[in-house]
Write a protein that binds this ligand. Sequence first.
Ligand SMILES: Nc1ncnc2c1ncn2[C@@H]1O[C@H](COP(=O)(O)OP(=O)(O)OP(=O)(O)O)[C@@H](O)[C@H]1O
Length: 620
Amino acid sequence: MAKHQFQTEIGQLLQLMTHSLYSNKEIFLRELISNASDAIDKFNYLRLTDENFKENEWSGKIFVKLDKEDNSLTIGDNGIGMNEEDLMNHLGTIAKSGTKAFMESLTGDAKKDSNLIGQFGVGFYSVFMVSDKVDVISKKAGEEQAYMFSTDGKGEYETKPVTKESHGTIIYIKLKEDEKEFLDKWRTEGVIKKYSNHIAYPIMLNYDTEETEGEGEDAVTKKVQKSEQANAATALWTLSKSELKKEDYIEFYKTLNHGDAEPLTYLHNKVEGANEFTTLFYIPKKAPMDMYRADYQPGVKLYVKRVFITDDEKELLPPYLRFVRGIIDSEDLPLNVSRELLQENRVMANIKQSSVKKILQSIKKLEGEDAEIFAKEYNRVIKEGIFTDYTNKELLLDIVRYKSSNEEGLVSFDDYIRRGNSEKKEIYYIIGENEKVLRSSPLLEAYKKADIEVLILDDKEVDEIVTPMIGQYKEWTLKDITTIDAPDSKSEEEKEEISKAFKVLTDKIKEVLGDEVKEVKISTRLTSSPSCVLKDSSDPMASMAHMFVQMGQEMPEIPLILEINPDHEMIKKLDTLSNDALFADMSWILLDSAKLAEGMEPKDKGAFASRIATVATKAL
Ligand SMILES: Nc1ncnc2c1ncn2[C@@H]1O[C@H](COP(=O)(O)OP(=O)(O)OP(=O)(O)O)[C@@H](O)[C@H]1O
């Protein structure tokens, strides 16, 4: 017998399970049945693809045995089984990224953390909500020796060799005193039907009951053992839509997703013709915790003619749809399809293409609160899609949402167009890091005055790369307001005249600021601010900047243009100011405060502060 220490995180997890306030304890059954079904899937695949595992008589089965006298519940399967190493690696350590993400998001607040369990589902360990003694007896298909893994859920476990005739796993669960309800046949059958009705294999419920034979004084009561199938045992996606209710889809999702959350939406399609396949996809209400991890767990399982093939293939859908959960079941792929084959296979490419279209169309149909939830959770990955999936660009552009200078919440390009100037057909946007800074940017003033909506793109890292690629939505052109002339009512001649009138002033400011700015200009875009800064879009660096960002490098410095507002009192006064020292201080203040308004930093913060102090003292 060998004693082992649980990985520290598991220790924590067990602690949480045993002491959690989690009310939905019944889900331990769903988790263990789902593991059993996965194990049977895996063996079934081996049996059909590997000569060494051919077993003619085999058919996948799960059993659940209730023993009132022993106060125990046992779950068994004839799946692939585990050897000693598997038991230690799979049950003694946390390997899954989902569980890792779960552990990382723990707050230490029992109530919040137990809600997290609902969101994640932590598989096997949920058994410790109802038990403090668990024995797992398992024999791996193709191996001689079976092993037992035992634990009381308190930080240690033991493994030892045991005998077991055939491959598969048996989990013996000694129930806690106050969890005896799970020994009640009706209670447990209800839980199985609720969560596991459409597990593809029969779940046999074995229980003891009493039967009376004869009548009156001759009546004899006997204990009898019964065995009944508790689930429908049909893969849900093989049923027709008309046979299924919304609840059926939702319960199946909970099994698939190992959690209690309901999906935002689902889509079930059977495609017939040259290529036959069925898909059932779900969009979770909450983005998976590992969505931004490189080692994210793909959410779609591939089946061929109802035989499970893989749940670890990231290429079944494009990576930007990695939040989608569900099933693809193909009639045409070969059972022994390899990963390489899958990636080059034409059948698979067809399935993928049609699935992506259907998923995007169903997202596009979301309305009201659902559309808002989707945008909040997935806008960023949709932008990733715009960047990577050229074929579906139009659909993705219908789905993506942005903040706007005119509206609370998020708006679509179509919303913008509905309100926009249909003669000019231009969509204006500004990109930056911080929504508040962007909203108060002096660059927006002229647009506000002219009542023109501007999209506020505050996911700078992503927007800076993706937005220039969009270029056009329908026949509308996207325009970055920092690179175009502001809307105004002045004619070219009028503009030239004002520039001339202030030429001495702009030249003088440029002389003070030197190379800090490329140019000092009279602005037509400002109403209340004295100045603003713009990046010079004609500079070659500006057009290369996106390439730098794409390559993960720092954004190169792009020369700045300082614009000053000729109608502002400060500029008028500056124009007639004779004190050179004060003029220089004011010129720097005009530049530095304009930079601050765009979320940039003054070159010399100390000098900026002392200049403000000098000017303020003079004004007192
Ligand atoms: N009945 C079983 N037969 C064979 N292997 C099993 C069985 N139960 C668990 N395992 C193995 O232990 C691993 C961990 O199980 P656990 O329930 O903790 O997580 P999971 O099933 O991988 O993840 P999730 O529950 O989030 O899907 C499984 O991935 C599987 O390899």
